[in-house]
Each structure stands twice: as structure tokens, then as C-alpha cells.
Design a binder for this molecule. Structure first.
Ligand code: SF4
Length: 255
């Protein structure tokens, strides 16, 4: 499923509340540095010259939405960047965040500017600084072993490893939400499962190193491009969360 507008909603999100969505990737196809087996936008499609909305178009679309929104009948809890791919890939991402925070301050100061990111651009200081300007950074780490991370997320840069992602995530000193999708199944004849004891042990260790302020764990919810995936039952998600909750981590389960 692709998001057809730069600004859409607000829609009620099971994880975020009343969320005004921001789509700053191409509206026609997904553009991402991962190709996750569970991606709700489907598989990546190679495109030579992707058309991205400009900073000005994004500013205009958000200002139009907020200036005409009837705040007496509905609320906007969050302005959320996610959608058809990886928002930090936009070359003007830092300025777009600056514009969004300014419009938020003018029209709905209590709304939280939130970015969902796959963490792959955290090697860029401008992206890290922009994310620090946001109220919430929801950053993906689906597995803490290279083998499983690559099987689940299929990074376009096949060299990308978990150690690098963890080093980059440490730049936030725990001031972020760690996001992990738990799933199991098969892709290209290989098992895909981040719920095995070994995978969980590695992931718990990564959590301890990163010490995130919040943790969101969730399950597949819609149709996935890889059909041979199964949804992890709620009881197992609770069992995964339990050792972290016992240590005082704030763990939110969407299952
Ligand atoms: S990071 Fe997000 S948008 Fe990119 S492939 Fe994975 S689920 Fe899809």
C-alpha cells in the first residue's frame, strides 16, 4: 500500500495516536535503503530518477492542511514522517524538519514531530542533527545479528552490519524509541526468525547497550511482500517484552 499524498490524515495509529502523516518520498513508488520482507509498501522497484516532492511543495502542503484543519472537532497528536520508504533519504530532510517544527509551533504546538526511520542514514551528521530537533525519533533495529538483520531487512548496501547500526544509534544517548518488528517464516528458502533464543539474546544485549527511552515491538499487521511469514502471537510478544519490562524499560507492544 502506497501513500498518495504529501500530507494525509490524521489517521488513528495503533502506536502513535491521532497522526498526521507526512510523505516526503516519491508518491508513486517506494524508495528505501532496506527491502524488508514484511514491508507494507511491497518490494523495492528500481527507478532511475525518482521524483521527490520539493521542500517548498512539502511546506505548502502542510501549511494548507494545518491552516484549514478544524481543531475544534479533532486533534493532531503527532506529525509523523514515514510512508513510502525512508524519509531521511530526502536531500532536504534537515530543512523539511525545520519547516515542520515552525508550522507545528504556529498551528498545533502540542503536536509531536515524529520520524520513523530505518536508521541507515545515521552516518550523516545533518540527518542526526535534524532527528535530534524532532520530539520523537523511532529508529529501527529488527535484529542484532548480521545474518538475521540482512535476511529480514535486506539492506540495499549489503555491507551494512549491525555493529555499524548500533554505533550510529548510540549517538542519541538513549533518547529515542527503538522499534523492532518480530516475525518468523521463510524467504528464498531460508528461515527468517528473530524470535529464536539466540536472536533474542543478541537483541537484548543490543537493547542494554543502547538503553533506549522507549521500545516499540510489533508484529506484521497487513499483507507482506513475502507471503511465507507468520504473525507472532500476543502471548509470545509479552514474553519477549517481559525481561525488559522487569528491568524498567518502557516497552510498548503492538500485536
Ligand atoms: S524500512 Fe520501512 S519502508 Fe523501508 S523496506 Fe523496511 S518497512 Fe519498508
Amino acid at each position: 500500500m502506497l501513500f498518495p499524498d504529501i500530507v494525509y490524515g490524521p489517521i488513528h495509529s495503533r502506536r502513535l495516536g491521532n497522526s498526521l502523516g507526512m510523505e516526503i518520498m516519491p508518491l508513486e513508488h517506494k524508495l528505501c535503503t532496506f527491502n524488508c520482507v514484511y514491508c507494507e509498501c511491497g518490494w523495492n522497484t528500481p527507478v532511475q530518477h525518482p521524483h521527490l516532492p520539493t521542500r517548498e511543495e512539502i511546506h505548502q502542503a502542510l501549511e494548507t492542511k494545518l491552516s484549514t484543519f478544524d481543531f475544534s472537532h479533532a486533534t493532531i497528536d503527532v506529525i509523523t514522517f514515514s510512508g513510502n520508504g525512508e524519509p531521511t533519504l530526502h536531500p532536504d530532510f534537515p530543512d523539511i524538519i525545520k519547516d515542520t517544527c515552525a508550522l507545528r509551533d504556529r498551528y498545533c504546538p502540542s503536536a509531536q514531530v515524529t520520524v520513523l526511520s530505518n536508521s541507515t542514514q545515521l552516518g550523516r551528521p545533518d540527518v542526526v542533527e535534524a532527528l535530534k530537533q524532532c520530539d520523537n525519533r523511532i529508529l529501527k533495529l529488527d535484529a542484532a545479528t548480521d545474518t538475521m538483520m540482512r535476511r529480514i531487512d535486506m539492506p540495499v548496501n549489503g555491507e551494512l552490519g549491525v555493529d555499524t547500526l548500533i554505533r550510529w544509534l548510540k549517538q542519541f544517548d538513549g533518547d529515542f524509541t527503538l522499534q523492532t518488528c518480530f516475525l518468523r517464516g521463510e524467504h528464498n528458502g531460508l528461515p527468517v526468525d528473530n524470535t529464536t533464543p539466540d536472536e533474542l539474546e543478541a537483541w537484548y544485549q543490543a537493547v542494554e547497550v543502547l538503553h533506549p527511552k522507549h521500545i516499540m515491538i510489533y508484529v506484521i499487521d497487513r499483507q507482506t511482500p513475502e507471503e511465507h511469514l507468520e504473525k507472532i502471537p500476543r502471548a509470545q510478544m509479552e514474553a519477549i517484552a517481559a525481561p525488559l519490562t522487569a528491568k524498567g524499560y518502557d516497552v510498548q507492544i503492538s500485536a
